[in-house]
Ligand binder design. Structure first.
Ligand code: SAM
Length: 353
């Protein structure tokens, strides 16, 4: 059980819910309701209670629980979903009261594991940057990879400002708005891939219906495109899943590192993962990630909760690159990667020889 005041703060100050008008409004409903806060306080330690509570309610509605609350969820009732009105908050509160035990059980056991496929662009850019710096085959590591869908970035199609890269026949096709795309490396020029490995606290099983349903529930109700992209990636990846080690990177990092051939360059990526690491564990998390560079030159890309303003003036999240020359912001992006604005620093890669 977490401190209710801290949970209230999480709902009051949450940002980044712009693509969900429903959740944007429900944040205040929860923040002002002591009972709902007590329920959300049962979220697992370190996990963001906003994502967890909304995900659990969505999971039950998608499973078919019949309730007036469903009328506000486009993911359940489609185009006839009602916009937020004076009845939505009370409907949400009543639903939580009715399903209290099930919601508490879900948020007390499940992790926030949203595997947002659009973020695979980060890995694709990292691979293309490495190809410019080295002709050697590279290793790819994703920390907090959830179902491992973004470890297949080399197999997806990407359309950036009208130009398409990657496997044009892939069922997974990402379209990203990239002003200043000329700064990006050639996304069709990738290095050979020597090893791909992910690590996750509790990797969802691609073949397990419950795990798939939970991943689906973590996609916000209005984001139909994102849900379709998730299903496509789950199906495509299920046939040939990447290797994913179970565990906390702080503990199993050395086991992951042992898989990587010594001396080869490595791309280490984490997106929307560190934000779910308890604050007191973050120094150890950072040390575990840095340790992947012990046996080979490393490019470490992180898209986490680093609020920045993009060159166009819109608020976003910094994409940080760390290499032999230190850390710098190389782009500012939407947290869901609907857009990415590269900065000139993206072209300053310094790999340790
Ligand atoms: C919100 S998901 C993001 C998944 C993926 N990176 C993406 O952007 O689509 C965060 C993932 O990080 C994992 N995670 C959190 N802390 C971790 C840790 N210390 N070690 C390994 N995995 C962790 C969680 O289990 C979860 O699957």
């Amino acid at each position: 059980m977490r401190d209710v005041r801290t949970v209230a703060g999480a709902f009051r100050t949450a940002r980044g819910f712009d693509s969900s008008p429903l959740y944007s409004r429900l944040l205040a409903v929860v923040a002002d309701d002591e009972a709902l806060l007590e329920l959300a306080a049962q979220t697992r330690h370190g996990q963001q209670p906003t994502f967890a509570l909304f995900g659990a309610v969505h999971y039950l509605l998608l499973r078919g629980e019949s309730d007036p609350l469903a009328e506000y969820y486009p993911s359940v009732v489609g185009d006839r979903a009602r916009p937020f009105d004076g009845h939505t908050g009370p409907a949400f509160t009543r639903f939580c009261e009715a399903y209290w035990g099930q919601i508490a059980s879900i948020i007390g056991t499940r992790l926030v594991q949203t595997n947002h496929v659009q973020r695979a662009l980060v890995t694709r850019v990292g691979l293309a940057l490495l190809r410019r710096a080295t002709s050697a085959p590279v290793c790819v590591v994703e920390v907090g990879c959830s179902a491992g869908l973004n470890l297949r970035a080399d197999r997806y199609a990407f359309t950036v400002e009208g130009a398409t890269f990657g496997d044009r026949g892939s069922p997974v096709h990402l379209r990203v708005e990239v002003p200043g795309a000329a700064l990006l490396p050639d996304l069709d020029r990738l290095p050979g891939i020597a090893e791909v490995v992910g690590v996750d606290l509790d990797p969802p099983d691609l073949a397990d219906e419950e795990d798939r349903a939970w991943l689906r529930a973590l996609v916000w109700p209005e984001n139909a495109h994102q849900a379709a992209q998730l299903q496509a990636a789950l199906d495509a990846t299920r046939a040939d899943p990447p290797r994913v080690l179970r565990g906390n990177v702080i503990e199993v990092g050395p086991d992951v590192a042992a898989i990587l051939p010594a001396g080869l360059p490595r791309l280490v990526v984490h997106t929307a993962t560190r934000i779910h690491v308890p604050a007191e564990e973050r120094p150890a998390f950072d040390a575990a990630v840095a340790a992947f560079g012990a046996d080979g030159p490393m490019l470490h890309l992180a898209l986490e909760d680093d609020r920045r303003i993009a060159p166009s003036g819109r608020p976003g999240v910094g994409l940080t690159a760390t290499d032999a020359a230190g850390s710098r912001t190389i782009a500012v992006a939407d947290g869901h990667l609907a857009w990415l604005e590269p900065l000139p620093a993206i072209n300053e890669l310094h790999l340790r020889p």
